[in-house]
Design a binder for this molecule. Structure first.
Ligand code: C2E
Ligand code: MG
Ligand code: MG
Ligand code: MG
Length: 279
């Protein structure tokens, strides 16, 4: 028997832990099934030209509706998929589906520059990644120049492993974007050492552009830095017209965010493309 006072606290704690573990197991089993049975959908967030307003491409984002637990955020299931290595087969399916959809839009006559796909560190370090990407591009008949791989600083940090893979992708003609730029902790030297094409300014800096002089300074500096290094820059998480106006005044060429559109199902994204042709 546990002691009276400390005891109840201890029990409360285990109950919470139990719930946590139960949910985790439930999600893990659900995830395994979802990966096998195509239960995870790909949504598409439009990326736009700041100056012309034209849709340039889309970022593919994974969506999972658990049969009992409902909508699960990628911020919860992607780390779990990484932990269980399910991210490798899942990531391959997402890459395939995104490229297949992109091919379809191009075949329908839509003039898009890119499809952006997020790769996690585990996928990126997997020895089969290059052959997987090659095979997906071949099967979907998407030109490598149209595929943009989004990497985070955590990948770039392990430069001994990451650099050769990035160089291989670059040689194939694939575009490489650094996601959530400014939120990681690695040194800036990788910006000159790695074959990057694009910096994605993290949404946290965009969100407070109009409240915070320091965030404006960060955004301005990232835009200038990209320019000096010959990289493209895209702002993430643009939610207001004022934010977009600010980016335009700073010469930031591309953006994505709820101001124009949240991530869309393939049906919604197709309808949006058809509408924008008609306009
Ligand atoms: P991310 O790659 O930085 O994706 C951008 C996230 O910001 C997405 O969240 C998107 O829905 C959200 N977002 C876009 N515009 C706005 C805006 O204006 N306001 C706000 N508040 N949010 C906005 P989501 O889809 O929940 O994904 C979260 C993260 O999960 C992604 O961040 C990415 O790191 C990861 N993720 C999502 N799908 C995949 C995937 O297929 N593979 C891998 N490896 N990771 C993925
Ligand atoms: Mg991303
Ligand atoms: Mg991001
Ligand atoms: Mg993110």
């Amino acid at each position: 028997q546990a002691k009276q006072n400390g005891g109840s606290q201890y029990c409360f704690y285990t109950e919470e832990m139990d719930q946590h573990i139960t949910r985790k197991l439930q999600l893990e089993n659900g995830l395994r099934k979802a990966v096998e049975q195509e239960g995870i959908d790909v949504y598409y967030q439009p990326q736009l030209d700041v100056f012309s307003g034209k849709i340039i491409g889309f970022e593919a984002l994974a969506r999972w509706h658990h049969p009992d637990l409902g909508f699960i955020s990628p911020d919860e299931f992607i780390p779990l998929a990484e932990e269980t290595k399910l991210i490798v087969p899942l990531g391959e399916k997402i890459l395939f589906e995104a490229c297949r959809q992109f091919r379809q839009w191009m075949d329908e006559g839509h003039d898009l520059e890119r499809i952006s796909v997020n790769l996690s560190a585990i996928q990126f370090m997997d020895p089969t990644i290059i052959s997987t990407v090659e095979s997906v591009l071949r099967q979907t008949e998407v030109a490598p120049e149209h595929l943009e791989i989004e990497l985070t600083e955590s990948i770039v940090q392990d430069s001994v492993q990451a650099l050769p893979v990035m160089n291989r992708m670059k040689k194939m003609g694939i575009q490489l974007a650094l996601d959530d730029f400014g939120t990681g902790f690695s040194s800036l030297s990788y910006l000159k050492d790695f074959p990057l094409d694009t910096l994605k300014v993290d949404r946290s800096f965009i969100q407070t552009i109009h409240e915070n002089e320091k965030d404006r300074a960060v955004v301005d500096t990232v835009i200038q830095l990209a320019d000096r290094l010959g990289l493209s820059v895209i702002a993430e998480g643009v939610e207001t017209e004022a934010q977009l106006d600010y980016l335009r005044s700073r010469g930031c060429a591309e953006y994505q965010g709820y101001f124009f559109s949240k991530p869309l199902s393939k049906t919604e994204a197709s309808a949006l493309l058809t509408r924008s042709v008609a306009m």
